[in-house]
Design a protein around this ligand. Structure first.
Ligand code: SAM
Length: 330
């Protein structure tokens, strides 16, 4: 079947799939405190998710990442992982997931057993009170235990940290040292204007260009050519020996060469995290056992892929999309 190439010549080889919009945390920059979740019948079933992944793999997707919401709260998630791992070593190079780590202690061994090699764990602070304030849940100890369990199960761990001006700016160097001392890569992320939340995002926005300049005043940061089909740009920190990534959607546009698309937990294909352009894949999936209309819908969507997002610092107050990251999948 023909590969997925967008109107700007970019080949799509990476798919992120949100398996649920539900989460066991309520991070302030991601959700509102009284978040309304989708009715369960709107979500794709585990079988539908499996079929969808298989269709994308047939079209040349070589890397799959599951996310959410929180993937580990989705019932049947391990069955899905196990099933998609049948493509590994053939058409698929990698299956990974992004998790908040709260339940990783219980799942790490099974995740490793089905062929996952790496997990991304989101962690914004090492301070219990700060964690409870940002996540609106007191679960830091569970996350740290989950990270240890992942390491013990042989999974490579990358830490993802959203940079927040008031909540964790002062802690960023400690977080980097902590991660590198344990052999984990760490990536810093700027807050993105996705969905309504209770606070003003402009207030928490921290430019990673500034963070990088601060770090470079006392550490030697060596640019690395590493690319992972996504927005992160990496450096090696000479003093810690570890790898540090920067995801800077607000201060530096990262769309050239973007190889990834996303499917929401309801089966909408989004061609860009920061654009509303999307196509429904749930209807063709539910039409019947043939994948013909599913592939036609995927082709129609790819033809609509925009050149890039238009997040702007000046417009942080108004969300660029109505969708929360928990629906689209971070
Ligand atoms: N629950 C999983 C987790 O915590 O990693 C997966 C989903 S979560 C939406 C994925 C990532 O998106 C997390 O690292 C989270 O911190 C980040 N995130 C959520 N909302 C964001 C926003 N508005 N701007 C930037 N990052 C955001």
């Amino acid at each position: 079947m023909k590969p997925l190439v967008d109107p700007f010549g970019r080949t799509i080889s990476y798919l992120r799939v949100s398996v649920t919009d539900r989460c066991d945390l309520r991070c302030v920059y991601c959700m509102s405190a009284r978040m309304k979740f989708l009715p369960r019948d709107e979500l794709l079933s585990i079988d539908e998710l499996d079929r969808l992944c298989a269709a994308f793999v047939r079209r040349g997707v070589r890397r799959l990442r599951f996310t959410g919401g929180e993937p580990l709260v989705r019932r049947g998630f391990l069955d899905l992982l196990q099933s998609v791992s049948r493509h590994l070593g053939d058409r698929l190079d990698e299956v990974t997931l992004t998790t908040n780590g709260v339940q990783l202690r219980d799942f790490a061994e099974d995740i490793a057993r089905v062929g996952v090699k790496r997990v991304n764990v989101s962690l914004d602070t090492l301070d219990r009170d700060t964690f409870a304030r940002i996540a609106r849940r007191d679960r830091l100890a569970d996350v740290l235990a989950g990270i240890d369990a992942a390491g013990a199960a042989g999974l490579k761990v990358k830490i993802n940290t959203v940079a927040l001006k008031h909540d964790n700016a002062h802690e960023i160097p400690d977080l980097i040292q902590w991660a590198h001392a344990r052999g984990h890569d760490i990536t810093l992320i700027e807050t993105m204007p996705l969905g309504e939340i209770d606070e003003d995002r402009t207030d928490q926005f921290l430019s990673l260009q500034r963070v990088r300049a601060d770090l470079a005043s006392y550490w030697r940061l060596v640019d690395l050519p590493d690319r992972t089909g996504g927005p992160a740009r990496y450096v090696r920190v000479d003093e810690t020996g570890g790898r540090l990534g920067f995801i800077t959607p607000l201060t530096h546009n990262f769309c050239d060469g973007c190889a990834r698309v996303r499917v929401t937990c309801t089966g909408r294909l989004y061609l860009c995290l920061g654009h509303e352009t999307s196509v429904d894949l749930r209807t063709p999936l539910r039409e019947g056992p043939s994948d013909a209309s599913l592939h036609a819908a995927i082709d129609a969507a790819v033809a609509l892929r925009p050149k890039g997002h238009d997040f702007q610092v000046a417009r942080l107050r108004t969300p660029a999309t109505e969708r929360h990251m928990s629906v689209t999948g971070g």
